[in-house]
Structure formats: structure tokens, C-alpha cells
Write a protein that binds this ligand. Sequence first.
Ligand code: ADP
Ligand code: MG
Length: 256
Amino acid sequence: MSTPPPVIQIDGLHKAYGALEVLKGVSLSAPRGHVISLIGSSGSGKSTLLRCCNLLEDSQQGDILFKGEPLTWKGTGHDRRPSDAEQVLRIRTNLSMVFQQFNLWAHMTILQNVMEAPLTVLRRDRAEVEKAARGYLDKVGIGDKCDVYPAQLSGGQQQRAAIARALCMEPEALLFDEPTSALDPELEQEVVKVIKDLATEGRTMIIVTHDMKLAADVSDQVIFLHQGLIEEQGSPDVLFGAPKSERLRGFLSATL
Ligand code: ADP
Ligand code: MG
């Protein structure tokens, strides 16, 4: 049996904001069921890379493949844009993002937040979506919070609601951008537990995190970004246990 193509693959990606080069030729590949952690100093390009993966940002050069299917482009350089809107929608809905600041809709209940995109973007059946949404909220431990508004929840509960919302899209992969950075330490752990459970289930995930313990515990592969380039990558054992690069050693000693 041949191995399936990676859920997401990036080859030689370049991304600039105007004259500021943020990604300078980055490649990564997330096989199904793998967890990849992205680590690096503030400003190294981690969020930009994640946002390029699900096409929230344009890029000027390099390939993006979803399950082996290359994204098609029109134009080049700063004029380059995806050429197929359906393909963009397919990729974006299959790579669900969880943000540092939760980004829940304040005027909707928790249940409505989780149901919104499957109903409006995927046009799925309301009764089915509601059943699934309640199931995912149970799974992240806030099944009793369906009818309250985000402001009534703690940060940890809001982030778990955001994870349920991402799961309710039934995506091929989950992308986390510093999911625990906005949380107090005791609330951080409830979100870490949910992420660990998802890793154990075999979910494909890319996690930008400053939490080296989380990265060490859940990752198949850790990528250390430095100024828009991959400085070092490997298994957590090797990367944390025997880092080769001077910069990574410096980063780790400043972080731990
Ligand atoms: P990280 O997530 O690793 O902290 P980012 O990907 O957010 O890094 O940012 C990388 C660089 O790109 C930084 O220098 C940042 O200031 C810049 N940057 C990020 N977003 C934008 C934007 N929308 N416009 C201009 N510059 C940006
Ligand atoms: Mg960031």
C-alpha cells in the first residue's frame, strides 16, 4: 500500500509584507496523524507560516499542496493570487485554525459559535450540526455551557469552545497559533489537556507554541524558525535533548 500524501505540504515558501521578507524559503510536510510544533522567537515568522498554510495570507513564491493537490496560482511575485476559489475554500475549511485570542463571536452563544461555520460555509443539515456541536463541546469538557455567551466563560473555557468550533468543521488538520499564550497558568493546563487528547486520537496538527513542554510531549516533529528560515528540525528528543544550532541552544536556555 502506498503512503497517502501529507495533509499539508509547503515547498520553498517565500512571503514578504511589502519590502519586509518574513519567510525566506520554508518547507514543511505534515503527514496524516502527525503533530508538528513550530517554535522560535517572537517575529521569526511562525504565525505568518501558519496563516500561509490555510491561505489567510498570500505568498510570493513556493508551492502549497493539500493532500497532494497543488494550489493553483495566477500571476507572480507580489501579484500572485490563488486562481481557484473553490480550491481555496476546500483547503481553508479543511485546515481549521485556533487563535491565541479565541476569536469567538461575542453576540452568539457557545453552541451558535460552534454551529455557525458548518451551517453557513459547509451548508450542512442543522439537526446534524447541532448534534455534532454538542458532542464536541462535551468532548472538550464544556457541554454544560451551550447556551451562555463567551464573556460568561473563563479564558480556558473560551479556548476550549474555540477548539470545539474548529473540530465541528470536521477538518483534515487543526492549526493552533499560540493557543495557551493568553491564559493564566492554571487555565493553560485545561487547554493543554484537550490538545494532548487530540494528539492521542491521531489528529493531524500544526501547533505554534511557546510551551516547550507541550511541544516535547505531543510532537512528532519540532521546527525551530529563525528570521524566516528553518534553523533546525527533528524529533523532540533530538531537538530538545541535543540541539545542534547555537541559536536554538540560546533560544531554549532563554525559554526554559
Ligand atoms: P511570530 O508569529 O513568529 O511572532 P509573525 O509571523 O507574526 O511572527 O511576524 C513575522 C514578521 O512579520 C514580524 O516582523 C512582524 O512584524 C511582521 N508582520 C506580521 N504580520 C504583518 C502584517 N500584517 N503586516 C506587516 N508586517 C507583518
Ligand atoms: Mg505569532
